[in-house]
Design a binder for this molecule. Structure first.
Ligand SMILES: CC(C)(COP(=O)(O)OP(=O)(O)OC[C@H]1O[C@@H](n2cnc3c(N)ncnc32)[C@H](O)[C@@H]1OP(=O)(O)O)[C@@H](O)C(=O)NCCC(=O)NCCS
Length: 303
């Protein structure tokens, strides 16, 4: 059930799930329950306390917001809807409400909060047909990282990493244009394989600090089309366990959402830092091979 609000500042119309700010002393669950009841009359007890936290950047009422938000699933009866408790400032900008099917939401191209409602419903454990949306999330939050889709403004900070001497010690150079082409390829891989590395953003600074995630290699000489977990970080962010943290979240996606029996990771033999991340994540050494013209070691873990 989505509510349609009109932004008082720019008059944009947007569909969104019931919800709002957390008041002093409230837990996210309590705030969600209060907001649900105020905005729709649906009972707080209907909420399942297993939230998914998403990072959201948006503009409302002339202000920019950048913040983590908790989303919950609620099992409700449609007939319990009651808008009589809606606070007056919200009632003034409420334009509509409506129950949506999954196919209606999939086909709708206008603005919706959350931005990927079907994917979120599946992550929250909503029953069929929502479960059919089982796929690698386009966005993930870890304790210190936002792993998200690539944006045009990521080209420059990523290309900057590819110029750092510490990066170049083990990896091939890539200039600005090469980085742009790489990000186009990442977008294609997301489309075709349903997965690729995410842009890794440091939550403290909001800066793009690298790339982390899964890639399916269609040219791997040892086995057919394996999924690899990989990482590259800006030199200034080494030594904090961030590659391990993002790698662990990637591994959970492999385990929970893919059918591949094996997860591999590949690097050059002398790249001891990358090998150390693999070992911290529980992958074990499997051998050496020549891949794309380079001697490469590979590690793996099985289900
Ligand atoms: C590979 C790469 C991402 C590894 O970065 P990293 O910072 O060494 O790895 P992590 O983020 O897991 O951090 C581990 C280090 O942080 C420390 N650390 C601090 N807090 C930590 C935590 N909470 N958890 C784990 N480690 C932590 C560890 O002790 C370790 O320290 P050390 O460097 O003294 O051994 C980085 O070297 C890189 O970007 N290299 C260039 C690109 C590249 O080679 N990519 C791989 C291609 S195959």
């Amino acid at each position: 059930m989505l509510l349609r609000f009109e932004d008082p500042h720019d008059h944009r119309l947007i569909w969104e799930v019931p919800g709002g700010g957390i008041e002093a002393g409230e837990t996210p669950l309590e705030a969600a329950g209060r907001e649900l009841f105020e905005e729709s009359g649906l009972p707080p007890e209907s909420i399942v306390n297993r939230p998914v936290v998403l990072w959201r950047s948006f503009r409302f009422n002339g202000r920019d917001f950048h913040q983590p938000e908790h989303f919950f699933l609620a099992h409700v009866r449609a007939s319990d809807l009651d808008f009589s408790r809606m606070p007056p400032d919200e009632a003034r900008i409420l334009r509509d409400h409506r129950w949506w099917t999954k196919s209606e939401l999939d086909a709708y191209e206008g603005p919706v909060v959350p931005e990927q409602p079907a994917e979120l419903a599946a992550r929250l454990g909503a029953p069929a047909p929502w479960t059919a949306a089982r796929r690698i999330p386009r966005q993930l939050l870890t304790e210190r990282l936002l792993l998200r889709q690539w944006l045009p403004e990521d080209v420059a900070p990523l290309a900057e990493i590819y110029q750092q001497p510490e990066y170049l010690a083990h990896m091939p150079a890539l200039d600005l244009e090469g980085t742009r082409i790489q990000l186009d390829r990442f977008a294609q891989r997301w489309q075709q394989d349903g997965l690729c590395q995410w842009a890794a953003v440091d939550l403290d600074s909001g800066k793009l600090i690298g790339r982390i995630g899964l890639i399916r290699h269609h040219d791997w000489p040892v086995s057919a089309d394996p999924v690899e977990v990989g990482w590259t970080l800006n030199r200034d962010y080494w030594g904090r366990g961030l590659a391990t943290e993002g790698g662990r979240a990637s591994m959970e996606c492999w385990r929970d959402l893919l059918d591949d029996e094996e997860l591999i990771s590949i690097t050059r033999p002398a790249n001891l830092r990358s090998r150390a991340v693999m070992e911290r994540l529980g992958l074990t050494y499997r051998g050496m091979t020549n891949w794309r013209g380079n001697d490469s070691v590979w590690y793996a873990t099985d289900r």
